[in-house]
Write a protein that binds this ligand. Structure first.
Ligand code: PBG
Length: 336
């Protein structure tokens, strides 16, 4: 066989693990990961989530154990989501502003037992409302922007009082970042940060999460339509505008969500803002990989690692992922 007269042979830099490590452009380290954790009110809410194998709803003592294990693995932050008993929900999401509510208690406990772990809590009403929307409804049944923002401000101050390090508005109401910043500052919580779910799309990939917190559609297909506030999947420019607005309004970190189907948006947001950018690999992205792996159709760890590297490569400074613990465990084994 004649040797090709090639001036460049890119394969030289792929030949061995050592040279591949030397030229690796993207790392996913435990420090880049945020673990979303579900907290359940009591034993009346089951632990297992059918569509999210390997993820559970934790009772409070168990939550502390899980957070401690994550901390040991080098994961710097957890994001808490409540799974309320149905009786605690109502049309206005009243339980969201209960000072003795589930999340307020969870924050206090975590910050007491594990002060170094960063605690992020969602500002949104969907786990608390019977209809599952992120806000309250007006007389015509529309999600009422300004009335919702006023409630989120109360929820936010409450979480800050309980000791949350960051509040993460995930509701997509207009003007909420500025309103939450003002409310926090007015209450003296200048150190509490805001991670804004800035470019959040109206996605079918949230299905398993809605099972987990019981916020899905009550009737019909199980898909709850949030298109009057979340972004249209095809809209790139509008997603960028949302990120820029939230940065301007005072967000410390902006987020793109979901991650995998929106890597182009992630890259553009990373290039456009000056604050750190988070990406949320959402429940459906996790479920897809788990389901295929359970069928023997995909290799779980390899697909997991590839999906996370793709998200980092696209520009995420940090990733919220249900794979956080598993990834960090594998990473530890490899780097022991
Ligand atoms: C709600 C919220 C959602 C998620 C995080 N916060 C769902 C929704 O908007 O309906 C989804 C996360 C996931 O799917 O993992 N404000």
């Amino acid at each position: 066989m004649a040797q090709l007269p090639l001036p460049r042979r890119p394969r030289r830099l792929r030949a061995t693990p050592a040279v591949r490590a030397l030229v690796a452009e993207t790392d996913v380290l435990p420090r880049h990961l945020i673990a979303p954790l579900f907290v359940r009110e009591n034993a009346s809410v089951p632990a297992a989530i059918a569509s999210m194998p390997g993820v559970k709803r934790h009772l409070l003592p168990d939550l502390v154990k899980e957070a401690a294990a994550l901390h040991k693995l080098g994961i710097p932050a957890v994001a808490l989501f409540p799974a309320l008993a149905t009786v605690k929900k109502d049309g206005r999401g009243t339980a969201a502003t209960d000072p003795k509510g589930l999340i307020a208690r969870a924050i206090r406990l975590l910050k007491k037992e594990l002060p170094e772990m960063l605690v992020i809590t969602d500002a949104a009403l969907d786990p608390y409302t019977t209809h599952g929307h992120d806000g309250v409804l007006d007389k015509k049944g529309r999600v009422d922007n300004d009335a919702t923002v006023a409630i989120l401000a109360r929820q936010t101050v409450l979480y800050a009082e309980a000791g949350a390090d960051f509040v993460a508005p995930s509701d997509m109401m207009d003007g909420r970042v500025a309103a939450l910043r003002a409310a926090l500052d007015k209450a003296g919580h200048i150190h509490t940060g805001i991670i804004a779910y800035a470019s959040k799309f109206a996605s079918a990939y949230y299905g398993p999460f809605r099972e987990a917190v019981g916020s899905g559609a009550r009737k019909g297909s199980g898909y709850l339509d949030k298109r009057t506030y979340q972004l249209s999947p095809g809209n790139r420019r509008e997603a960028l505008l949302e990120a820029l607005l939230d940065e301007e309004e005072g967000a410390d970190i902006v987020m793109v969500k979901p991650a995998g189907p929106y890597l182009d948006v992630l890259r553009e947001v990373r290039d456009a803002v000056h604050v750190p950018v988070a990406a949320y690999q959402v429940s459906g992205e996790y479920a897809q990989i788990q389901a295929a792996a359970q069928n023997g159709w995909l290799d779980l760890e390899k697909t997991r690692d590839e999906s996370l590297h793709g998200i980092r490569r696209a520009g995420a400074d940090m990733i919220l992922t249900y794979f956080a613990r598993g990834y960090a465990e594998s990473w530890k084994k490899l780097n022991a």
